[in-house]
Design a protein around this ligand. Structure first.
Ligand code: 5AD
Ligand code: SF4
Length: 479
């Protein structure tokens, strides 16, 4: 799940999710997650570490001994939501003085002093690389002290920790393949909150995928801030670390995970246009079980804005990558992220974003108003000079354009037979299941005698702007 103000995909929304999973023990943990898929994946690592320390997760905040908020710092409104929740939990603490409240994730480093000292909202602040220390830190708080660990690491990947699958239907799961980010996009706080990029041992990734398959899961999403720069056994300068071992880049990793079982679908997020190679596209086209869907954030359609954003590509480069996708996988779905009103954005530059959207016709888009973040290059170098109303009206134009394209894309899938993995009961109708096509489009259809986790061919006959309606068929799938 990504943190999105304006997301045109009903299936993947979620501002904050309360998670509950298995575990044994007397003490109760209430965990709330905000932000991107990576944060949700991290919460599963946190639940695993605390389950080993005797905590059981609960969905009921009133019975919790420990409340943890896994926070997001990507835009100011994400932070505001967390602050409101912390004020709420301060109220719970007044009723139950032994309650421990902690902040995890991306706001931890930024706000530790403020949260602990000035506002006295929390007892515990733990950054994304320090979760192994959580049991000690909680003990420290129970011993009457405040506890903090926001150290970032160059090595931590939590490689051997088996995540506790939270809020899971038992069909789809996230696998984190790398952490941090070295890109330094000028708008982005992530390099400061999550530290340097590091990749996880490929064998531990394949093992996790195999274990998930054996446990009945049928889809994994490989997660990283920039999956295209995944690398193992080779450094940033291209020097091989151990000559006796293979080098694994993202294309190889994808194929290794796809080889776990043809019945295991593989997705990934997020790709970076400057690093996405044809190797990855060829790997995708070779394996039917690698889903034909790429999230390729453009951010802006104008090369001057892209330069100010320090994205490392131009409009032409980006469109060349789109052309490569269309050439190698003509039916691949593509989604994007767009920011409106970045520093100095002119009307002409904004129009270039709209015209790029017209050229690509994305299946889906996550669209945001620029929000200045502390410490970033943009905060230091540029003025946040586009008025709030202009940012807002440009965002509305971008959303309106995406609505048209998304609807067109969905309509083009009507009348076809799609291979669908059943994920669960439809939110709107109890007698219907929902699942996804390889293109990540949600399909609803009558349940019949089917089961969650099965693949079925569904012939579609109608759609809303983002969802297909259909029925199960014996006809062969066209996608
Ligand atoms: N303001 C607005 N949107 C942002 N994003 C990242 N940083 C900011 C910011 N400061 C958006 C980008 C990114 C997505 C995860 O969030 O579009 O791809
Ligand atoms: Fe995820 Fe970025 Fe938000 Fe951190 S700041 S939770 S990495 S979206």
């Amino acid at each position: 799940m990504r943190e999105g103000d304006h997301v045109l995909d009903e299936g993947r929304q979620g501002e904050a999710t309360v998670v509950a999973g298995p575990g044994a023990g007397a003490r109760k943990l209430y965990l709330e997650s905000y932000g991107c898929q990576m944060n949700f994946s991290d919460s599963e690592i946190v639940a695993s570490i605390l389950s080993d320390a005797g905590y059981q997760t609960t969905r009921d905040e009133d019975e919790a001994d420990l409340v943890l908020l896994n926070t997001c710092a990507i835009r100011d409104n994400a932070e505001q939501r967390v602050r409101n929740r912390l004020v709420h939990f301060k109220g719970n603490k007044a009723k139950n003085p032994s309650l421990v409240v902690g902040v995890l994730g991306c706001m931890a480093e930024r706000l530790r002093e403020k949260l602990l000292e000035e506002e006295k909202l929390v007892d515990l602040v733990v950054g994304p690389d320090a979760y192994r220390d959580l049991p000690n830190l909680v003990d420290q708080v129970e011993g009457g002290q405040k506890a903090v660990n926001v150290l970032l690491s160059r090595e931590e990947t939590y490689a051997e920790i088996s995540p506790v699958r939270l809020d899971s239907s038992g069909v789809t799961a996230f696998i984190s393949i790398m952490r941090g980010c070295d890109n330094m996009c000028s708008f982005c706080v992530v390099p400061f909150t999550r530290g340097r990029e590091r990749s996880r041992d490929p064998q531990s990734i394949v093992r996790e995928a195999q274990e998930l398959y054996d446990a009945g899961y049928r889809e994994v999403t490989l997660l990283g801030q920039n999956v295209d720069s995944y690398k193992w056994n080779i450094d940033n300068k291209g020097v091989i670390k151990d000559e006796t071992q293979p080098v694994v880049r993202f294309a190889e990793l994808l194929e290794m995970v796809a080889a776990v079982n043809p019945g295991l679908r593989v997705r990934f997020s997020t790709s970076h246009p400057k690093d996405m190679t044809d190797d990855v596209l060829h790997a995708m086209s070779r394996h039917e079980n690698i889903c034909k869907y790429i999230h390729l954030p453009v951010q802006s359609g104008h090369s001057d804005v892209l330069k100010r954003m320090n994205r490392g590509y131009t409009r032409e480069w980006y469109l060349d990558r789109i052309a490569a996708i269309r050439r190698i996988m003509p039916d691949c779905a593509i989604s994007t992220d767009v920011i409106t009103g970045f520093c100095g954005e002119t009307e002409e530059e904004h129009q270039a974003t709209l015209s790029l959207m017209d050229e690509v016709k994305y299946e889906m888009a996550f669209m945001f108003k620029y929000s200045e973040r502390p410490k970033t290059l943009a905060e230091r170098k540029f003025e946040d000079d586009v008025p709030e109303e202009v940012k807002g009206s440009r965002l509305q134009e971008v959303i309106a354009r995406q609505m048209i394209h998304g609807k067109e894309r969905t309509q083009a899938l009507v009348g076809k037979v799609h291979r669908v993995l059943i994920e669960g009961t439809s939110k709107k109708r109890d007698d219907q299941f929902f699942g996804r096509t390889t293109h990540n489009t949600v399909v609803v259809f009558p349940k019949g005698d089917l089961q969650v986790g099965q693949y079925v061919n569904v012939k579609t006959f109608d759609c809303t702007p983002v969802t297909l309606m259909g029925e199960v068929t014996d006809q062969p799938a066209e996608s």
